[in-house]
Write a protein that binds this ligand. Structure first.
Ligand code: GLC
Length: 803
């Protein structure tokens, strides 16, 4: 007879004394008396991985987040055993592990600064309900330490004093305090004593982070199952931490087609065909540039994926072609829920092949979404992903759809309290069978990955374009993303700004919000301010539920239309600048948006700023976030900045008022910058561009700029057919020299640069191009002097007279 029916609660358990140490190439194993093993991998000199087991052996090492292309290798690895500690040093870090309790302290090996230290360190609670452990890690949090990252959290940029959890969730009309929402990116950057480090907790179970909220001097993170498995990155520059995280979890596999960086118009839903055409032709009639038009769920037959409602869209192929002839790329939505319908081929195929997710006891995972009762493919099974990718053949190859929008892939389930699958649903997890507790956070990522594989195959030789709502770390390799179902309020404009910046510092730059707000309807003023912010978001799309009225640029009043046009035109002008920044993101993991702290971490004024950010490398933008504003106060980072509208030079390092009536917004350009610009086009490729404008912002000193160009689509650029121009500007009081260094085999369509000088402190008396004096046919208008030169110059020497 059992008399004690109480569960034994052992509370938190900790590693005991280390009794054994072993080294295996780049892996070090520390074994404690109570069977805890710490596996420390030296991935790079500035990147360590810590992995723990409590049972004496590790499970299969598998991660969806880590890319096979991640850089590895170190210059130095030394291990020294001392009386009480082990000391592991690389050329960048010193990690000290206490023999008594396995706690670790990590130092900058070169100057001895303590970067990060375990408080309780690794500990765990046994999970009798599910098996395994609730795994925990606690770290010392210092006064003045700041925290950033964590994906799409809709609250203040600095995470200090907050607690968050990660469980991707369909969050219609979420607010500033809603947590969790759509994405799980368990990566943060800590900043202390001017030095930045990063922690990526690669665990897909529901996880939580507490940034000195519960206890003032402790930051901790834990997960409901799986391993304590985290990566430690050292900067000391925050940008190095972000780049190194992006390198580990993957940069986008390739550049987006340039059109995807244009403006996108979306609504739930544009139908029938005549409505779609009415929208696109209005763009052209009103001369508002636009590159993409979206088909939301109503294009399908009863919301069955990969079908068409033939009443609304009798001939999709013809329509898509006609739209394309007018410069519009059609993007169609595809959700994961497959309608239970024995006459529907996708359903039949998946059923026959056993591709649907099942409950623990063998029944199918059944849930309601738009089509009614559905089953759901198990995208964590590679065979299912392969099948899914094949389903896109007709849509892409035959009909000519150019992009696919994956939605509801948290996965979202309607009319159930937890909004998703129950925990017992089974997943393949690439041959590591598990429950939904472990697979939930990656389900959407694997769906987007399978979609990407399909688009890559069938769009070839063009580049694929995918957009997803749910994501886990690493999803940026395959797709772009948006921030889900926001609301048409001023607070949401603030949230959108923070989310795009936060995503960028979480390795996922190709992100944007539903401009204008998805739920409810914005006033014209809010819509205008949101477009102004949107031109600086890598993914630039208006979307709305359509329940509360229209949200096209012309649905407000004429002033709104005119201002919105003006800003979208600016976006199209700066496309070569954005494309260059995107190339840097794809090549080095450089985030496309830099919050001020990421731009200048040494200036403590930046640590709690949320609104201002750097777009690319040299443009500073700050949205106006309140109604009836004629401008706003903002912080201008250190250095000298040109007001984009007036060319006035501002000395940074201070907060100031900036005028910005509704037809303007605070935009500044870093002095010395060379900003490449296209002429205005109604869509990418409308014009054959023979000349690029280079806006040159004089500086007394030196600054570097870049211009990347390629065919704007296709993969030839990966074989060296690109053109990279590096410009070095050197200004003195009476001269300005621009040197150009070129790389790459691509012959650009443009032949000349129209160079426009801003802020020259002298009148030009002579111009030398590659040491030869050229006839001075410069034009001067509005204080801007411009000259046209051959694109292949090596040196441009502007000689002036002090005016
Ligand atoms: C979800 C999406 C939204 C979409 C709607 C209908 O709410 O987040 O963008 O329009 O579903 O498909």
């Amino acid at each position: 007879m059992i008399v004690n029916t109480e569960l034994e609660n052992k509370g938190d358990l900790f590693p005991s004394q280390i009794i054994d140490f072993k080294k295996d190439v780049d892996k070090l194993y520390f074994t404690a008396a109570n069977d805890v093993i710490l596996e420390l991998t030296v991935v790079r000199d500035s990147l360590l991985r810590f992995r723990y087991t409590t049972v004496g052996n590790f499970n299969n090492d598998f991660s969806y987040a880590i890319t096979k292309y991640a850089s590895t290798g170190y210059n130095k690895l030394e291990i020294e055993e001392k009386e009480d500690v082990y000391e592991i040093s690389t050329s960048k870090l010193l990690c000290v592990i206490s023999k008594e309790d396995m706690r670790k302290s990590i130092y900058d090996v070169n100057d001895g600064t303590l970067i990060n230290q375990d408080e309780g360190g690794f500990h765990w609670e046994e999970s009798y309900e599910h098996g395994g452990n609730i795994v925990k890690m606690s770290k010392v949090s210092n006064d003045g330490e700041s925290y950033y990252g964590l994906g799409d959290k809709p609250n203040h940029l600095n995470l200090k004093g907050k607690r968050y959890s990660n469980w991707v969730t369909d969050s219609y009309a979420y607010g500033k305090d809603t947590d969790p929402i759509y994405k799980t990116i368990p990566f943060y950057t800590g900043l202390h004593h001017g030095k930045a480090y990063g922690i990526f907790f690669d665990n897909t179970f529901k996880s939580s982070f507490d940034f000195a909220q519960e206890r003032r001097n402790v930051t901790s993170f834990w997960a409901q199952g799986g391993e304590m498995n985290y990566y430690f990155f050292y900067g000391p520059k925050m940008s190095d931490v972000v780049e190194s995280y992006t390198d580990l979890t993957g940069k986008p596999h390739h550049l987006p087609p340039l059109w995807a960086l244009g403006f996108h118009q979306c609504k739930w839903s544009y139908y029938p065909e005549s409505k779609v055409k009415e929208i696109t032709s209005t763009f052209r009639k009103l001369k508002i540039p636009c590159d993409a038009i979206y088909l939301d769920i109503d294009y399908m037959e009863g919301f069955r994926c990969f079908t068409w409602n033939k009443e609304y869209f009798p001939d999709p192929k013809r329509m898509v072609k006609e739209l394309l002839d007018d410069g519009f790329k059609t993007v169609a939505i595809i959700d994961p829920g497959i309608k239970i319908d024995k006459d529907y081929s996708v359903f039949k195929e998946a059923l026959e092949n056993d591709y649907f997710c099942k409950r623990a006891d063998g029944d199918y995972m059944k849930g309601k979404v738009w089509p009614g009762e559905c089953y759901f493919p198990d995208f964590t099974n590679p065979e299912v992903r392969e099948w899914w990718s094949g389903l896109f053949q007709e849509l892409i190859e035959d009909i000519g759809i150019k992009g696919v929008w994956n939605d509801m892939n948290e996965p979202a389930v309607m009319e159930v309290p937890n909004k998703t699958f129950p925990d017992d649903v089974r997943h393949d997890y690439d041959g590591n069978p598990c429950s939904h507790r472990k697979a939930h956070n990656v389900y959407g990522m694997q769906m987007a990955r399978a979609t990407y594989q399909g688009l890559k195959k069938y769009s070839y030789p063009k580049r694929p374009f995918v957009i997803t709502r749910a994501a886990y770390s690493g999803t940026q390799r395959y797709t772009s993303t948006w921030t889900g179902d926001n609301v048409a309020t001023w607070e949401h404009l603030w949230i959108a700004n923070i989310q795009a910046q936060r995503m960028a510092m979480s390795g996922f730059s190709f992100a944007g919000s539903d401009i204008g707000g998805f739920a409810e309807q914005p006033q014209g003023e809010l819509f205008t301010r949101w477009i102004q912010l949107g031109i600086f978001h890598p993914f630039f799309r208006v979307h709305s539920s359509g329940d509360h009225g229209d949200q096209e640029p012309w649905t407000f009043d004429e002033d709104v239309t005119d201002i919105v046009r003006k800003f979208i035109e600016i976006r199209y002008q700066i496309l070569p600048y954005l494309y260059t920044a995107f190339w840097n993101y794809v090549d080095h993991g450089t985030p496309l948006l830099k919050s001020l702290v990421l731009f200048d971490q040494e200036d403590v004024q930046t640590h709690y700023r949320t609104d201002e950010f750097i777009f690319g490398e040299q443009i500073l933008a700050c949205p106006v976030l309140e109604p009836n504003a004629k401008g706003r106060r903002m912080y201008i980072p250190k250095g000298n900045w040109y007001n984009f509208w007036t060319n006035e030079i501002i000395k940074g390092g201070k907060e100031m008022w900036v005028d910005a009536d509704i037809d303007s917004m605070p935009i500044f350009v870093k002095e010395g910058a060379i900003i490449p610009k296209f002429p205005i086009q109604q869509y990418v490729g409308e014009k054959e561009i023979k000349e690029i404008t280079l806006d040159v912002y004089y500086k007394n000193g030196k600054e570097e700029s870049e211009l990347y160009s390629d065919a704007n689509d296709g993969f030839d650029y990966t074989k060296g057919r690109y053109s990279l121009r590096n410009f070095t500007l050197r200004g003195k009081s009476e001269e300005l020299i621009i040197n150009q260094y070129k790389e790459g085999k691509f012959v650009t369509k443009y032949d000349t640069f129209n160079i426009q000088f801003h802020g020259l402190p002298f009148d030009i008396v002579e111009v030398q191009l590659d040491n030869e004096k050229i006839a001075l046919k410069s034009m001067k208008a509005n204080g801007i002097t411009s000259i046209v030169v051959d694109k292949n110059f090596s040196q441009l020497h502007i000689i002036g007279n002090k005016s």
